[in-house]
Design a protein around this ligand. Structure first.
Ligand code: PHE
Length: 373
């Protein structure tokens, strides 16, 4: 029988001499693998007499343990050394100049949202947000659309499946989750959180089950809300006019307010903006009633319904105000001249190269919120 201590010394020396993980693994297989020399020693135990086995087994097991320990220790050493070497070679000098200028562009929707925040900040509005996964109460009920309200049907809502069989519309109608169909639920959330007086805009994604050249299942809106004492329709009209003049960067923006209906505003007004024909293109501005001019519907708005103010926990006899909601993608299309909404969300690099903005084009009121010349 081979001398155990010779095997041990050989093995430990071989392990010590390995310089990398591959060779170490080869040594491990040679001794401890299925066909390895120490493994075959273990197999000889079966043919021994019980007495012989009692003295030999512990020795062979100890040999196996010693070699296995040495291999594990060597493995850790090699890994440590490899890490040290990588850390030493992979240095990064942050003071070196960039090899090329930053790539990529800011999406027009993001740019327009930044423009809106800048314009409204100047008017004393702050930005509020709410969840895109909303509950029924905030999206509908608190906005004066009860479960049976016909206006709900116009919203093409994406509902989430009910969590369990007992969670039916009958016992938890307000807890049903959905993708918000408009940014108006942020009116409720902001009023509940911050109380009145309040001046906010709430830009964000909204979802409706609808798709063609001017509708995508996900699109963007910005909500505006002002609640204070003695707010009236004149404040709404002035605010929208001031905003649109700043946004489109022209003074000849003319608005037309038409009576309309939303459950959450009373009275409700739909706002049209005047356009004129310039070389076959509709350009905003000018008197919508003159020849070659016209009106296009731009946004929905109105005085916040007293019931909504009560749902948000405020006294409608003390507080009133206005709200409006407008499509951000629509604003971007009108301002920057895109004609197919679907291209906004295709992620086509050529479209982004053409319509995107440089990260350095920060919209500011002093330098202009429009496209750089
Ligand atoms: N939430 C309405 C919509 O999505 C727009 C709106 C907002 C109307 C606020 C009035 C007041 O169509």
């Amino acid at each position: 029988m081979t001398d155990l201590s010779t095997i041990k010394n050989d093995a430990l020396q071989r392990v010590e001499e390995t310089r990398d993980a591959v060779r170490l693994e080869a040594v491990r297989v040679e001794y401890l693998g299925k066909q390895g020399s120490i493994s075959s020693l273990m197999k000889t135990l079966g043919k021994m007499t019980p007495e012989q086995r009692q003295t030999e087994a512990p020795k062979i097991q100890e040999l196996r343990a010693n070699v296995a320990d040495a291999i594990a220790a060597r493995k850790a050493e090699l890994e440590e050394a490899e890490l040290e070497q990588r850390l030493a070679s992979e240095t990064l000098d942050l003071t070196l100049p960039a090899p090329r200028p930053p790539e990529g562009s800011v999406h027009p929707v993001s740019q327009v949202m930044d423009e809106l925040a800048e314009i409204f900040a100047d008017l004393g509005f702050s930005v509020a947000t709410g969840p895109e996964i909303e509950d029924d109460w905030h999206n509908f009920t608190a906005l004066n659309m009860a479960e049976t309200h016909p206006a709900r049907a116009m919203h093409d809502t994406f509902y989430f499946p009910q969590k369990s069989a007992n969670e039916t519309l009958d016992n938890a109608p307000n807890a049903r989750m959905l993708l918000r169909t408009h940014t108006s639920p942020v009116q409720i959330r902001a009023l509940k959180e911050r109380g009145a007086p309040i001046r906010i805009i709430a830009p964000g994604r909204v979802y409706r089950s609808d798709s063609d050249a001017t509708h995508t299942p996900m699109f963007h809106q910005v909500e505006g809300l002002v609640i204070d004492r003695d707010i009236h329709l004149g404040h709404l009209k002035w605010t929208l006019e001031t905003f649109l003049k700043a946004f489109f960067e022209r003074d000849d923006i003319v608005l037309r307010l038409r009576p309309s209906y939303f459950p959450f505003t009373e009275p409700s007004v739909e706002v049209d903006v005047g356009w004129q024909d310039v070389d076959g293109r509709r350009v905003l501005g000018g008197n919508g009633d003159a020849p070659g001019h016209g009106w296009m519907e731009l946004l929905g708005s109105g005085m916040v319904n007293a019931r909504v103010i009560a749902f948000a926990g405020l006294d409608p006899d003390e507080w009133q105000g206005f709200a409006f909601g407008v499509g951000v993608d629509r604003l971007a299309m009108l301002k920057y001249g895109m004609d197919d909404l679907r291209a906004f969300f295709d992620g086509d690099q050529r479209w982004l190269d053409h319509y995107g903005f440089s990260p350095f084009d920060q919209p500011t009121l002093s330098a202009g919120v429009g496209a750089p010349a």
